[in-house]
Ligand binder design. Structure first.
Ligand code: ZN
Length: 330
């Protein structure tokens, strides 16, 4: 078993939305006007069912284990994706590094642990001696936020969605991890540093309720995080995740001009692969919708929806949550 911690967890308590402070307190960060973003039908689906969801044990187990065990558990060598844009796999989720002559922007900070942080910085130092100015988190799971505090201590600001901050503070798997975001935003924002521009979008709820798509327009690269997976996709329903909004996020991504989409784990994807994943997910939802229309119940839905040809194997609880989402959708 790997230390992958992108699993559904205990139900987190909902907190009031924190207001954006990004535009005020981050020197060169500006908020988008509505006209500058793709038009989105933002569906506020009814909140998910009250049942506790656990597709895997709560993953406190994974925290702080900077082990040298199986593949992917240790931080790998930095790789160039495009000029001034790099990827570091292993040690948790994929990390991106955008290099500018005024400093660095880092996306996601891996599983908690001194070894992971030290190794990430060693790799970064092979391509730049500049300080890390900004960290962006794609969602609140431990393998994405694990070393935020160490970057903050080194002088970086951590930029994330309002909901990410509140869920990181409440989710039992992350509430003891230091390094809550220092600068939050509500729907989208753009971060500028020297010649770099990074656009951050919340297109809806999917893997969690605090997913951010991180887009580098000059490089035509978008970090889609765990919204694209090589294995069965996971919805952290207890933390705002959603099956019915999943394709909405990918539709938002597909409106961007990109060549490479970077998943939370695994290798970069092409636009065609993102489109194919989106279509597979849409197939799943339409099959489930049809099954319910034909009389499937919360209990029988799992046996009424074909997924083997999609290559996905969901837990029974997934179907119960998807059932609730679909019947509550108007
Ligand atoms: Zn995750």
């Amino acid at each position: 078993m790997s230390t992958h911690t992108c699993t559904a967890g205990p139900k987190g308590k909902t907190r009031p939305t924190l207001r954006s402070s990004v535009s005020n307190s981050v020197g060169r960060v500006l908020l988008f006007g509505p006209a500058a973003v793709p038009s989105l039908a933002f569906v506020l689906a009814a909140l998910v069912a009250p049942g506790i969801v656990a597709q895997a044990p709560p993953a406190g187990a994974a925290q702080g284990r900077g082990g040298r065990g199986g593949p992917g558990q240790t931080v790998e060598k930095i790789r160039m994706l495009k000029p001034n844009l790099y990827m570091i796999t292993g040690g948790g989720a994929n990390t991106l590094v955008r290099v500018t002559n005024e400093g660095l922007i880092v996306v996601d900070t891996k599983n908690p642990g001194d070894e992971n942080f030290t190794r990430v910085m060693e790799e970064i130092r092979t391509v730049s001696a500049s300080p890390v100015k900004y960290v962006i988190n794609t969602h609140h799971h431990p393998d994405h936020v694990g070393n935020n505090q160490k970057f903050i201590d080194s002088g970086a600001k951590v930029v994330a969605l309002d909901e990410l901050k509140s869920r990181m503070a409440s989710d039992p798997r992350t509430r003891d991890i230091p390094g809550l975001p220092t600068d939050t935003f509500s729907k989208q924002t753009v971060l500028k540093l020297a010649d770099a521009e990074v656009r951050l979008y919340s297109f809806g709820r999917g893997h969690t309720g605090d997913d951010t798509m991180v887009y580098f327009p000059d490089a035509k690269v978008v970090m889609v995080s765990d919204q694209i997976t090589d294995a069965t996709p996971i919805m952290d329903f207890a933390n705002g995740g959603s099956a019915v909004e999943w394709t909405q996020i990918l539709d938002g991504v597909l409106k961007l001009d990109f060549e490479l989409a970077i998943p939370g784990r695994g290798e970069p994807k092409t636009r065609a692969e993102v489109q194919a994943f989106r279509d597979k997910f849409a197939t799943l939802i339409s099959r489930a919708t049809a099954a319910i229309k034909a009389g499937a119940t919360k209990e029988t839905l799992a046996s009424q929806v074909k997924t083997d040809d999609l290559g996905w194997q969901f837990q029974p609880q997934f179907y119960a949550n998807m059932y609730d989402e679909l019947v509550n959708r108007k």
